[in-house]
Ligand binder design. Structure first.
Ligand code: SF4
Ligand code: SF4
Length: 93
């Protein structure tokens, strides 16, 4: 039984270390939407727990937009939800 607890603890520690490393690496980055590739499906909007993204409609059509850039931690969670390659992390200006 102890082996199971040790294994679970090790996995948890690795997960925490991986996330800390990812955050540190992306500290100066921000999410960016390629409007021409975006279908406005909202998958990324629903995934972002910090409410950075919203879907808007303008001359480029319906697409996601970065509405609250100051809140983006560049965690990358939304990237995995986009099936159209419409999201990317870029350096903050
Ligand atoms: S990178 Fe993270 S914080 Fe930024 S928009 Fe995507 S899910 Fe939200
Ligand atoms: S998941 Fe991709 S295609 Fe869907 S709204 Fe977000 S950026 Fe656009």
């Amino acid at each position: 039984m102890n082996v199971v607890y040790i294994a679970i603890g090790a996995v948890l520690l690795l997960w925490i270390a991986f996330n800390l490393h990812r955050r540190r690496k992306n500290r100066n980055k921000i999410i960016c939407v390629v409007a021409s590739s975006c279908t406005g499906c909202r998958r990324c909007v629903k995934r972002c727990q910090r409410h950075v993204l919203e879907v808007v409609e303008d001359e480029a059509g319906k697409h996601a937009a970065v509405k609250h850039p100051d809140k983006c931690t560049a965690c990358g969670d939304c990237l995995g939800k986009c099936k159209f390659g419409a999201l990317k992390l870029i350096e903050r200006a």
